[in-house]
Design a protein. Sequence first.
Length: 413
Amino acid sequence: MTETLPAAPQLFDDLLSDAAIQTPTEFYNRLREQDPVHWNPRWNGWIVTGYRDVIAGFRDHERLSSDRFAGPFAKDMAGSGSRYQQLIDFMSHWMFTKDRPYHTHLRSLVNTAFTPRSVEVLRPRIRQLVASLADSLRGRDRVNFMAEFAFTLPVVVIAEYLGIPPESRENLRAWSEDLGAVVFFQGGNQDRFDTGGQAMQHLAELIRPIVRDRATNPREDLISGMVHAELDGDRFEEDEIISNVVLMVFAGHETTMNLIANGIVAFDRFPGEWERLAGDPGLARTAVEEVLRYDGPIRALARWAKEPFELGGRQIEKNHRILLVQHAANHDPAFFAHPGHFDIGRWPNKHLAFGQGIHTCVGAPLARLEAQEAFAYLAREFASVEVLTRELRYGRNLVSRSLSGLDARLHDR
């Protein structure tokens, strides 16, 4: 027998509370124990926290939609559509905001240009960048690890990979942060559509001439690959390229920055794992997977129901919103032994940090590669990492797990 709209304990009403944002593991563990598919009247949707139900939600492309511009999410955009039409138009071309068949068109073409081989050839350059950035941290009592390493590495890598000029990197950071306020449902930011719209305009103005130049002067970069990508006669339109380059700029450094920073915090809390990695650099691959599980860069992703169905014993109605909390799923003791322990040798590690199904993060191989090289080098070169930020604070939004700052000391060997 199913149950509809169960009464919600007030404790779990506010998904942007300090408890939910700063200590999500404890918050969502308690929610999963009490009500794993939970109706939240404040968000006006279902909060899903058990591994089995979250993975089912990610894989259900027939009954659940990712489309941000249809169903209940269309109402969120309705008041801003005319005023911020350029922002809405470009976001409507993003892969992760679309369903099949349009998603298939975008993803198939991106996959012809963004291949595992094209990512792997970046390893020597990434290794060089890691060494250069890390060496500048030596012998210092305090470093701004977020700005000097965790941000800089991925923004340089994604800019070079795409073919964006080096002088634009600092602007990329500022514009991406402004865009993130819209993408991540940032709480308390009433101006997010204004700043996000301006950021999108700046990014489009930067990228459009590069796209047009690559049409006649292709280079060894991803923008050239997208411009000339063709699959069974299907090709990208110019605005589709620009839109998805913006997405890659934004996601390509934001996700990896948070992955690296959150990993440093985890290693600080479990110093024995740092020594373990230093003694066995071959553990870098599984170490990155464990960071993704333990404290990944994305907390949750939203869907909406295209038709009524049952999930976890609850009756989901058409147009109901659903928040799939992969952070909670990755700490479900029914699927992970000792989930509160950070174990860099954990294997298999079937975490959901990058989602599942057709919307699995296309940039996951690049994020993994950068983090593997970063952690392996840092653990080899530095005896320990010490987080100096007295009170770690995370961005107040539903989606990302992003530190506002991270000061640290890396102790020389």
